[in-house]
Design a protein around this ligand. Structure first.
Ligand code: SF4
Length: 209
């Protein structure tokens, strides 16, 4: 079953796919999965790489590349969800790339219902770097994750053997607002305050926990 789902998703253009049983997913700040989707058994996590356009000196064009990737990832995730429901007889919930999120409570700023970072790590798609984002062994940090939560019983993929992060610290030094100054913690409010609204899918707001 995993091979079939993986094949469909790779055929839709994502760069990598991983699986995590709900029991293997642990996010310290997000709510329990059972409270969001009773009967959920596994996460299917999709990884899609950024285009080189994200390096454009033009913030507008770089942001446009991010928005394009978010639109692509949403579309693929939704198509995969429909495939699983129609062909595998299991209920499915799509997990947002970023928005909608609860912005009414500052303590929840940037905290997703499902942390895609923790889901990606649980699904063997990477490991946390010093920037508290996930580093994929092949795609690096320039990758966007989306996910399906399903009632299918699917085993977790193995964790990455070695953390691709070399702890060079360049990402911490490069953060313009010092949001990464405290090891292992992202100051989400600093980060969000510095991010244009349209880029929320690219920073810790995407799945912070
Ligand atoms: S510490 Fe270096 S290798 Fe690790 S995520 Fe930051 S920039 Fe990448």
């Amino acid at each position: 079953m995993k091979d079939r789902i993986r094949s469909v998703l790779l055929g839709l253009g994502v760069d990598d796919v991983g699986f995590a049983s709900v029991g293997e997913y642990r996010s310290p700040a997000s709510p329990a999965v059972e409270s969001l989707f009773p009967g959920a058994r596994a996460l299917v996590v999709l990884a899609s790489r950024e285009l080189a356009a994200c390096e454009s000196p033009s913030p507008q064009l770089a942001m446009n590349a991010r928005l394009d990737l978010m639109a692509f990832s949403r579309s693929v995730c939704y198509q995969a969800a429909r495939f699983v429901e129609q062909h595998m007889g299991a209920g499915v919930m799509t997990i947002p790339v970023s928005c909608p999120m609860d912005v009414g409570d500052p303590r929840k700023a940037g905290v997703a219902e499902i942390s895609l970072r923790h889901a990606a790590v649980a699904a063997g798609l990477g490991a946390f770097g010093l920037h508290n984002l996930v580093v994929h062994p092949r795609l690096g940090s320039r990758v966007l994750f989306t996910a399906l939560l399903s009632g299918l019983e699917l085993s977790s993929d193995p964790p990455v053997a070695d953390n691709p992060c070399t702890s060079c610290g360049l990402c911490v030094q490069a953060c313009p607002v010092g949001a990464l100054d405290q090891p292992g913690k992202t100051d989400r409010l600093k980060c969000l305050a510095a991010c244009p609204i349209g880029t929320l899918g690219g920073g810790p707001g995407a799945s912070a926990a």
